[in-house]
Design a protein around this ligand. Structure first.
Ligand code: ATP
Ligand code: LTN
Length: 335
């Protein structure tokens, strides 16, 4: 390495390939990854092992796991500069997760809001994986000694437990893991449902409250036109205006404008005109992304070879941490 070169910090993030990505995922996660890729060593993962905590259709999971990485690329993430891979291709994730399970407390996992929400939603299948989900996530992050984890606000609690597990382990065995920091964007950290603006937009919601990254242009425009707003008429970001606040956030997320700039731009205009403008901006942006996505997906040969090379790179890095952990906890390793 060049002596003058500063050692770049490491970023890890992932998304579950368990539904159609929404503009919430895009603005809360994906878009920020694109901005970070030049300044950090980045690993971006399609976390298929997390997805099976909720029942999946196998063929769909398989298709979505790859499509997710094609979407990362379509959003602007370079697979030659960053490590894009599928979680189940690197066995060390499951291996480290087991060890970390033994350093994670039942009580702390019981406090996770995602677990509480998902076990309510899937009351017929409250499996142990759903409960230990954050431990696998901690393994994802700690394996690569990540410094920074760009996620939406809903994942903050999982980042905190990751830090607690890492500090507990380091406390017992000495410095082993880097303690990661969350990286949560100011604009877009929590995009709300268009139909229920007090709830987070989510890819598992199929009621029309979510805009999918791969939605058709007229569907995008129609959904945004129908977004629930308040009975007022002013386009300002204010308490009690959850629907308008959300649309302003979406507009700014896609245009790069500040909320104040957007408020000025739409001053004196009605909700109808505003919604149309938001719809157009989102549809234009996503249309361009979809065209790139389809091109990338058409070249399966490249995608598969990229996946293989990147999984090998990830596995190499992961092994280093895993061997260190195995040594520290006392697993015998022949020389
Ligand atoms: P599911 O509905 O399957 O639980 P999800 O839409 O919540 O999924 P995840 O796979 O859990 O999506 O999240 C992927 C990334 O997108 C995470 O970094 C998460 O914080 C972010 N994210 C998800 N939903 C939103 C949202 N509404 N606003 C901002 N960021 C979000
Ligand atoms: N739990 C995350 C997805 C996820 C993740 C990770 C995010 C799994 N492993 C590691 C960041 C880093 C979610 O549900 N959004």
């Amino acid at each position: 390495m060049d002596n003058n070169q500063v050692v770049k910090k490491t970023i890890f993030s992932g998304i579950q390939p368990s539904g159609n990505l929404t503009i919430g995922n895009y603005l809360g996660a994906l878009k920020n990854w694109v901005a970070l890729q030049d300044d950090y060593n980045c690993l971006f993962c399609s976390v298929d092992m997390h997805s099976i905590t909720v029942r999946q259709t196998p063929a769909e999971l398989r298709r979505r796991s790859v499509e997710m990485l094609a979407l990362y690329m379509a959003a602007g993430i370079d697979p030659e500069k960053n490590i894009l891979f599928i979680q189940s291709h690197v066995p060390a994730h499951a291996e480290l997760a087991w060890v970390l399970n033994c350093y994670t407390m039942f009580g702390e996992l019981s406090r996770m809001t995602q677990f509480k929400e998902k076990s309510q939603k899937h009351s017929e299948n409250i499996n142990a994986g759903l409960f230990t989900y954050p431990v696998l996530m901690a393994a994802d992050i700690l394996l690569y000694q990540a410094d920074l984890v760009p996620v939406g606000l809903d994942q903050k609690q999982h980042l905190e437990i990751t830090r607690d597990i890492a500090m507990r382990f380091n406390g017992v065995y000495g410095d082993t893991f880097t303690i990661p920091e969350p990286y949560i964007p100011k604009i877009g950290m929590k995009i709300m449902s268009l139909t229920e603006p007090d709830k987070k937009m989510s890819k598992s919601d199929v009621s029309g409250g979510s805009v999918g990254i791969l939605d058709r242009r007229d569907d995008i425009i129609r959904k945004i036109k129908r977004a629930v707003t308040d009975s007022g008429s002013e386009i300002v970001y204010a308490d009690g205006k959850d629907g308008i606040n959300n649309l302003l956030t979406i507009y700014c997320g896609f245009t790069g404008k500040t909320i104040e700039e957007a408020e000025k731009e739409f001053a004196g205009m009605g909700y109808g005109v505003f919604k149309e403008a938001v719809g157009e901006v989102v549809a234009d942006h996503l249309g361009a992304l979809q065209a790139r996505f389809n091109e990338i997906l058409a070249d399966k040969e490249y995608l598969n070879s990229m996946l293989k090379t990147n999984a090998e790179k990830a596995a190499y890095l992961a092994r280093k941490t895993l061997s260190k952990v195995y040594r520290k906890v006392g697993f015998y390793q022949p020389k």
